[in-house]
Design a protein around this ligand. Structure first.
Ligand code: CS2
Ligand code: MG
Length: 408
């Protein structure tokens, strides 16, 4: 089998997506996701201008060789743009291989290790009544695990609170904003630290001790602040506290780990196993948060998760709406097959996205399943995709009250 064409399709139904479609001389095609929120065109160009010419004529079955060729022949290593581009190729090749084998992709990864994939959804509210309503809505939608995000008194706009995104410029389902400039938001960590433990006490009092609750710190605390919050949240038995502190300095998590038993999840902004080496080998985290799309694809993500498994660390694959249905499908096939599965983030895509990407996954009684169609189980409607051209969009950024730029 030979690759005869590779097309980069940028479309913006509910938000911008970058999809790679690889076509073979046997008529089998494969899809890969290369979406990088706020920097989509960088990946589209990396693929179209630098990678596609290298793919034509290659044997699509040589997935490992193609991965190593793209990673090593680029010379410049790692980074979100490079690894998202490699991921798009890798996932498309796995899609082709599984279609050629007539099997759903997870069968090529060792078959199912569980009946279904536990998912968590995003509940949020500007105040407790709104938050409780959001939790109830998610429970009614079938979620059995809930992420809790809330506004902070004195802070105008906080990450993850859906009700705030009412300016008509944001995508309905996630924080990117369709505008020529990033939105500026404010932040106050001390106000956040004073407020959050009381929110989780109220949620536990209202919903009981069993419901798995998650929270995303979104990189905003120093290690000692993260340690303080982790310790103060222990009575509320969180499933995980995510991105409690920026982790480029992986050793910073040693301080957090010394002070709290709250489980820690990190890595959605990471893109290679090297970003995790200390975090995993010293068991400084409990869940690996990377998305297949941002970590070099299924080939690399499987190796990362197998390394994590040696240290009893589990998966918590990133699944926001800026991971396309193609990237989400890749995650589900991996989730079903690996032994050290933890949980899967599942933000629902909008109707226009579901029109462009026809999917075969199911969500039943809190569990996801990728389906039994050969390959990934996703088809791209290119005519529909063409109706939604790219729109400049950026993630917000934060400033502290004195004007200092802060992690958003
Ligand atoms: C968040 C993301 O889902 C999460 O855990 O951290 O929504 C993140 O803000 C976006 O993926 C950024 O594009
Ligand atoms: Mg996150």
């Amino acid at each position: 089998m030979k690759i005869t064409a590779a097309d980069v399709i940028v479309t913006s139904p509910d938000r911008n997506f970058v999809t790679l479609k690889i076509t073979t001389d046997e008529g089998i095609t494969g899809l890969g996701d290369g979406t990088l929120n706020g920097r989509e065109l960088a990946v589209a160009s990396y693929l179209a201008d630098h990678v596609v010419p290298l793919l034509i004529g290659r044997d699509p079955h040589r997935i490992e060789d193609t991965w190593q060729f793209l990673y090593r022949s680029a010379y410049w290593r790692r980074g979100p743009v490079t690894m998202a581009a490699i991921a798009a190729v890798d996932v498309a090749l796995w899609d082709i291989k599984a279609k050629a084998a007539g099997m759903p992709l997870y069968q090529l990864l060792g078959g199912a290790s569980r009946n279904g994939i536990m998912a968590y959804g995003h509940a949020s509210g500007r105040d407790l009544p709104e938050l409780f309503d959001s939790i109830r809505q998610h429970l009614e939608q079938g979620y059995r695990s809930i992420r809790v995000q809330t506004s902070v008194p004195g802070v105008n706009a906080v990450y993850g609170v859906a009700a705030q995104s009412t300016d008509g410029l944001r995508y309905d389902y996630e924080p990117a904003r369709r505008a020529p400039l990033p939105a500026e938001e404010d932040w106050d960590t001390r106000a956040y630290l004073r407020h959050l433990p009381g929110v989780f006490e109220a949620v536990r009092n209202e919903f009981g001790p069993e419901l798995p609750l998650l929270h995303d710190g979104h990189h905003r605390m120093t290690p000692i602040q993260a340690a303080k919050l982790g310790k103060e949240l222990e009575p509320y038995d969180l499933f995980w506290l995510e991105d409690c502190t920026p982790a480029e300095n992986q050793e910073a998590l040693r301080l957090v780990r010394q002070h709290t038993t709250t489980p820690l999840a990190i890595g959605e902004v990471f893109n290679t196993v090297w970003d995790y080496q200390t975090l995993i080998s010293e068991q400084l985290i409990d869940y690996v948060r990377s998305a297949v799309t941002h970590t070099g694809g299924i080939t690399a993500m499987r190796k990362l998760l197998d390394y994590a498994a040696q240290y009893q660390i589990k998966s918590g694959i990133h699944g926001p709406t800026d991971i396309s249905p193609v990237g989400m499908a890749a995650a589900l096939h991996l989730d079903l097959a690996i032994h050290n599965f933890g949980i899967q983030e599942y933000m629902r895509h909008g109707a226009a996205t579901n029109e462009v990407f026809r999917q075969s996954f199911t969500f039943t009684d809190g569990y996801l399943h990728p389906g039994e169609q050969p390959g990934l189980g996703v088809e791209l409607d290119e005519e529909a995709a063409a109706r939604f051209p790219y729109q400049q969009a950026y993630l917000p950024f934060s400033r502290l009250k004195d004007g200092t730029v802060h992690d958003w």
